[in-house]
Design a protein around this ligand. Sequence first.
Ligand code: F0G
Length: 471
Amino acid sequence: MATSADIVTDLAHQVCLSPDCGSTFDVGEVHTACPKCGSLLDIAYDWERSQVPDSLRWFEKKWSRRNEPLCRSGVWRFSELLPFAPPEKIVTIGEGQTPLIATDGVAKYVGTNPGTLFLEYEGMNPSGSFKDNGMTAAFTHAHMIGAKRAACASTGNTSASLALYCCSSKLMQAVIFIGSGKISYGKLSQALDYGALTIQIAGDFDDAMHRVQQVSKELGIYLVNSVNPFRLEGQKTIMYRVLESLDWQVPDWIVVPGGNLGNSSAFGKAFHELHSLGLIDRIPRLAVINAAGANTLNSLYNSHNLRWNGGRPDQSIINKYYAGLDAASSKADTIASAIEINRPVNLTKCLRALEWCDGVVREVTDQQMLDAKAQVGANGLGCEPASAASVAGAKLLREEGVIAPSDRVVCILTGHQLKDPTATVAYHTTDQEEFNRVLGKRGVSRAAFANRAVKVENDLDEIVRAIQLNS
Ligand code: F0G
């Protein structure tokens, strides 16, 4: 597609993931798959010529310059580890100011020792999810090549993020594809408020993803889904901030929800690069947690033994699996709408991350996710249902003995609590009909940690009595 002559960085190039192809492309080219063989693309760097510091502690210097937008950004203050963009082209809205918080109440729930369970609160990003880490990178690349329109298919967070970058920078128009009835109101309201052209198609996320790829090719619109390799460069920085918050010590586990598998892919690349550069001396283990109603990775990895296999995963296993889904007209189905995805676009990259990080894959039910979510909320944070897959997954792995009580575990809270109030209110409701309508049909039968509103007459004595009874 488009190329641009004014790209000054020559430290980065795009490279095909397949070892049998290995084609390379300039960063000025726009591809969402290798034009030669169709595999995913990676961004690779000439680390010899780039200015990588010899210690991660070097990045602390940037804190004293946080009046400068590129030092304040939690993504771009690590720009030496993703040097693909000339500084004057970088588009930042202050993403990545996200805390890592040790939460003993959640540690107790998960079953690890006090002081060992950390929540990385990505909901604190400007659009309320981790997507801003990747969007600032993809958007910067789109700006580098002079794009005027950018598109994505989304379960809601990518679209909210794209819409926000478009309307705050005024550099591009956002075109978003969503499945009808598949997006929570919090997320839809963001896209509408931020002025995105919103295309609601009769279908689910997998259908929307398929269509947006066709349409962006046909109309030459820049695609920001995580098939875009620049997106994942930004998402690497979530791991840099985790290390930074742990005073640059490597935790034992990173636990992350798995949807399109962009995060897990990016995290694996982050740690692999840091290790190769001698900036960390070991790599944490990675746990990717699917929703049971959208469990392609878990099925392929654990039941069909699909592995990275040196870059040659057995494609016939994947094809057969998808043919089976089609034959059964099987659609993803979970309350965690953010990860309601059956055809994860970054599957092979995630397999590579699992290999690099000695990873494991699990699935958790909607019940497990909602209980975990309630625990996250009750302990002072808050997340949407998909994010709680990380905490529910950590609990499961602890019960299995895969995670030890003394392990230091970081769960990624990918999206803010306010993204999906319907799920939260239904969990805590006293209205059995509402509970059944929203959750019952998903196999959720109880709300062990519900905080039910107390209903009283509009009468002072009644209200006082209710408070005394309940406090
Ligand atoms: N958590 C949240 C809150 C998400 O919005 C998503 C993905 C994921 C987890 C899964 O992350 O794809 O990197 O494995 N949401 C996408 C969207 C699909 O369109 O907003 P992943």
